[in-house]
Design a protein around this ligand. Sequence first.
Ligand SMILES: [Zn+2]
Length: 237
Amino acid sequence: MTELLYMKNIEGNYIREFDATVVKSGDDYVVLDRSAFYPEGGGQPSDTGIIEWQGRKTDVVKVTKKGIIKHIISGEKPAEGEEVHGVINWDMRYAHMKMHTAQHIISGVVYDMYRARTVGNQIHAEYSRVDFHPVNFSADDLRKIEERCNDIIRKRAPVRIYEESRSSLEQRVNEERCNLDLLPRSITTLRIVEIEGFDVCPCAGTHVRNTGEIPPITILKKEGKGKERERIVYKLG
Ligand SMILES: [Zn+2]
């Protein structure tokens, strides 16, 4: 098991460098006892960066989580038991954090205004997308969504991350907004991302500590994705 340093609280999302021990050295990957690298999943791309040890350095090109957290390495690998120092590519990660919190804001606003749920999303550093169903946005709707989202950004709302039991969360949030009904029943403890005063949602991604860190959201366009299914494409700034 790898301890993921960004999971526990919002401050962990700002850890850019860390020390760890290699617990497994595979063909093209290493497993660490702890890591600040985000493995791809939940619509957020993997972090990249470097791992250093004993004056040597190698690139982490991707991080995956299929059962175990694998740091995919190009080039030389540290051996099992080696103590290493990891550095994540912060510019890209921070862009993903801002985009991901922005996605939660958009999803929350669209649910509040249209009762349409989020049925897909993909974060990128430059632009991102969220899919909604059932809905059919007009140009005026998109303007209203953008306005309300940017209101939340301007209000500098704090973002918190914590654990909560599923039964407790079920009593205070809307299942559809959170896609709670789609999570396997076997999951009983959830990692919550809360935008204070606006949104509560289970999520394993990385986020900013205050909505004020996010540049204004610009909705670039909408795309039809089937019957009453619509995609919003947005950028920041
Ligand atoms: Zn999320």
